[in-house]
Write a protein that binds this ligand. Structure first.
Ligand code: PPS
Ligand code: ADP
Length: 335
């Protein structure tokens, strides 16, 4: 067992928690399986200093050789102003008897963790001026109110439920039924419907592949903000290409992007044709219509499939309940 002493000094022999008052204030016990040669994973910490009470969600020591070997351990605290602390650890020469000593500690933001890799989860220093895409000389601004506090307020966990499928497959209908079902349970949702977002934010985009990709990217980014706000965001758009959906998924921490495939045959969707668009596409009046002369790539590995056939057409309410059960099971309906 590893024991964190003051300022993150860690020894690999069991020892009771040590009171401390210096930097970091750690008097915490980390139940980390000590493995040789190189990695620790998952641990829990109980700090005596309130600053460090909370969960230790990630401990990944990627040692470099030769010694002194150095790794990083990341601590998440329940205090929003503390954010996330990364400690650099140097590792002694021995194996099981090694001692680990903190070499530095830097504050990072939990928001950054939540926001994913680009924002520092993989160790970039958020204190630095950086360049992201075409934005140069930018610096992450940390807010003292964090996602965990918002989730506590809302008694739910933020996530994005991404509904993909052909036009007419029932995406918008199930999105609204789900929003209603969750609202009735006191959960805050927001629906981002492809059609609707194209009335404003994305009104500059066409249905060419590049513009569809941009449409999906933007809705993914907006969904990420809603998720960070603690809201259960329901995005309902055709999103026909796998790589665009995969890029969106990559914006989110594991589990927070829940992809739902409306598995409905083209024949049924076309039979419904509520807006008369399939008819226009078949007659050549709309070019590049999904399912007609533009491809739809069904998910290979999504979280939920909502299937409809000629013989078996579940009601939107039943589908919504299926999704609610999934959210309940995965813990999204509680803080
Ligand atoms: N060429 C073409 N292909 C597909 N769909 C078309 C097209 N032109 C207009 N529409 C209407 O736009 C709605 C789809 O918008 P999305 O933003 O969801 O599309 S995409 O994700 O960017 O592919 C879609 O709405 P839904 O029927 O609700 O899916 C259509 O009504
Ligand atoms: N589960 C369902 N069973 C039968 N009809 C449905 C179902 N879901 C949606 N519909 C109908 O199908 C049509 C298309 O639904 P819609 O939600 O607008 O699809 P999309 O958003 O995928 O284009 C609408 O007329 C709607 O009433």
């Amino acid at each position: 067992m590893l024991v964190a002493t003051s300022c993150g000094g860690i020894s690999t022999t069991p020892a009771p928690p040590q009171p401390s008052s210096d930097t970091g204030g750690l008097s915490s016990r980390a139940s980390v399986p000590f493995r040789t040669p190189s990695t620790y994973s998952m641990a829990s910490l109980q700090g005596s200093n309130p600053l460090f009470q909370g969960s230790f969600l990630e401990a990944d020591l990627g040692y470099s050789t030769p010694s002194p070997r150095i790794g990083f351990v990341r601590l998440f605290t329940s205090r929003s102003d503390a954010g996330c602390v990364s400690m650099g650890l140097s590792v002694g020469n021995g194996e099981r008897s090694s001692s680990l000593a903190a070499i530095h500690a830097v504050n990072e933001t939990r928001t950054a963790y939540i926001n994913g890799k680009a924002d520092g989860v993989h160790g970039e220093n958020l204190d630095q001026i950086s360049t992201v895409g075409n934005s140069t000389n930018i610096k992450w601004h940390q807010c003292s109110v964090g996602k965990l506090e918002r989730q506590e307020l809302l008694q739910q966990k933020g996530c994005v439920i991404w509904i993909t499928g052909l036009s007419g497959s029932g995406k918008s209908t199930v999105a609204c039924a789900l929003s209603r079902a969750l609202h009735a349970r006191g959960k805050l949702t927001y629906v981002l419907d492809g059609d609707n977002v194209r009335h404003g934010l994305n009104s500059d985009l066409s249905f060419k592949a590049k513009d569809r990709a941009e449409n999906i990217r933007r809705i993914g980014e907006v969904g990420k903000l809603f998720s960070d706000a603690g809201v259960i965001c329901i995005a309902s758009l055709i999103s026909p290409y796998r790589k665009d959906r995969a890029a969106c998924r990559a914006l989110f921490p594991e589990g927070d992007f829940i992809e739902i495939f409306m598995d409905v045959p083209l024949q049924i969707c076309e039979g419904r044709d509520p807006k008369g668009l399939y008819k226009l596409a078949r007659s050549g009046k709309i070019k590049g219509f999904t399912g007609v002369d533009d491809p739809y790539e069904p998910p290979l590995n999504c979280e939920i499939v909502l299937k409809q056939t000629e013989d078996d057409c579940t009601t939107p309410c039943n589908m919504a309940e299926q999704v609610v059960s999934y959210l309940e099971e995965k813990g999204y309906l509680h803080a």
